[in-house]
Design a protein around this ligand. Structure first.
Ligand code: SF4
Length: 266
């Protein structure tokens, strides 16, 4: 009982954080099967608290229409480039650890290749490491990472069952946007990670991730509400958790987006 109540409390908290659908907690006990009101009307039935009732959303019933399909060429397996030949996420991480292909290597404390399950059904892609990520070598930690963990929990995907990474693997100075040449140098690692994991769905969080994975300059707002494809894998675009911390009004649309991603995972 207490576990159930704790789970319900956690679920309601996630709903509140994500700006999700209204949750109705009836005052009284649940109705009886015979249509009479529940509770102790007959003097024998013990009182029970009712579970939360979630009002279904229209957004949860229909999938968005198809969007952009991007199928970048794979690396040349016969070249000397080790990235397309890397056979595991660990091999990619080792290559990233020694990478000096762009200027972002100069100020980094740690590379942040990504972490999570090699057999993940969902790959989450953000922009680049921030200060805490650079200090720890882990993606999506700190307040934005905690929010991402809550978002994943809300769609019943524990963080450890997801692969989480960024477009660039080293921290841009002062958290500026990664520049075009830095993204171009780093993106083969991301593409190879996706090839290795072979997820059912990709969740692109923020404009940099969406534009890189779809090879477009369209705004994040224009890219939301479509089921795009990256090498045939469904890709959903939504806001970056750091942006949600700055603008809580985006939590509700993000909640809608991640539920679409969850439905596509099956
Ligand atoms: S950001 Fe990417 S390409 Fe640039 S040094 Fe780091 S790992 Fe290499």
């Amino acid at each position: 009982m207490s576990d159930g109540r704790a789970l319900a409390r956690e679920f309601l908290e996630q709903q509140r954080l994500l700006g999700g659908d209204a949750v109705i907690l009836p005052d009284g006990p649940p109705p009886r099967a015979d249509g009479r009101s529940g509770g102790q009307a007959d003097g024998n039935t013990p009182s029970r608290s009712a579970g939360p009732v979630v009002r279904p959303s229209a957004a949860a019933t229909d999938l968005p229409r198809p969007g952009i399909s991007y199928d970048p060429p794979g690396g040349d397996l016969f070249s000397n480039d080790p990235v397309p030949q890397a056979v595991s996420l660990e091999a990619i991480a080792q290559l990233v650890a020694g990478c000096t292909k762009c200027r972002l290597c100069e100020g980094r404390r740690h590379t942040v290749p990504g972490e999570g399950a090699a057999a993940a059904r969902l790959v989450v892609v953000g922009e680049g490491p921030g200060r805490v990520e650079d200090e720890t070598g882990r993606p999506f930690v700190g307040p934005a990472g905690e929010l991402l963990t809550k978002i994943l929990g809300a769609i019943e995907l524990p963080r450890e069952r997801v692969f989480i990474c960024n477009v660039v693997k080293c921290r841009p100075p002062e958290n500026r946007l990664p520049q075009f040449d830095e993204i171009a140098a780093c993106v083969p690692y991301l593409f190879r990670q996706i090839d290795i994991v072979k997820p059912s769905v990709i969740l692109a969080m923020g404009g940099t991730a969406a534009q890189t994975l779809l090879n477009t300059k369209q705004s994040l707002g224009a890219l939301r509400n479509f089921v795009h494809r990256f090498r045939g894998i469904p890709l959903i675009v939504t806001y970056h958790p750091a942006a949600l911390l700055r603008n809580p009004n985006w939590k509700k649309p993000t909640w809608d987006d991640v539920r679409i991603a969850r439905r596509l995972i099956g």
